[in-house]
Design a protein around this ligand. Structure first.
Ligand SMILES: [Fe+2]
Ligand SMILES: [Fe+2]
Length: 191
């Protein structure tokens, strides 16, 4: 684990590294609270943003080589668009992570997917509520996360969609799909 942390610290900006440590610790706490593997949660949280070591140009080249987009695609912000799925690629190729559950949790930390595992929900939520995130609305989600994982994740989905719409940015349909799916989990199904 020390090797992974040292490499991550060397790879990432200081801010991103501290955020990653916060996500790792928050994910481990959530895993202990909601019955999930704390070590997997810690590792997925630690590495969730590991692909951000690459520049936009490198990220786009990597996305092309991994078949995540076409050569003629117009991508305004390759880091925002691809760092989550490419995080799984980097975690595997450069950090030696082979556990598919951890790699999926990294790949899905930004938009989520349908269906989602508990580990995936935990890492996606930890990304939003780790200690360095400061906002009243985040505090409210942090409170909910003390007792209700699914509702906390639902509130994260709502907040992020609202922020994206308020900023005038296009909303990935996947986010709507995930929101509707989490809503059904709230109505009785459990991940
Ligand atoms: Fe991220
Ligand atoms: Fe993050």
């Amino acid at each position: 684990m020390t090797d992974i942390i040292d490499k991550l610290q060397a790879d990432l900006s200081e801010g991103r590294f501290l955020h990653s440590l916060g996500v790792a610790e928050t994910a481990r706490d959530l895993a202990l609270r909601f019955g999930c593997d704390p070590e997997k949660a810690y590792l997925a949280g630690l590495l969730h943003d590991c692909a951000t070591k690459y520049s936009n140009t490198e990220m786009l080249a990597l996305a092309l080589s991994e078949g995540l987009c076409d050569r003629d695609a117009v991508i305004d912000n390759p880091t925002a668009e691809f760092h989550a799925p490419l995080g799984a690629v980097v975690a595997k190729n450069e950090f030696g992570i082979t556990d598919g559950e951890i790699l999926n949790a990294i790949a899905l930390h930004q938009t989520g997917d349908v269906p989602m595992t508990r580990l995936e929900i935990i890492v996606g939520l930890a990304d939003a509520i780790e200690p360095s995130r400061k906002a009243d609305k985040i505090n409210a989600i942090r409170e909910i996360a003390k007792t209700d994982l699914t509702r906390a994740y639902l509130e994260k989905c709502k907040l992020y969609m609202t922020n994206i719409i308020s900023a005038g940015n296009p909303l990935d349909p996947k986010r709507v799909e995930v929101y509707n799916y989490i809503l059904t989990l709230k109505q009785g199904f459990k991940p």
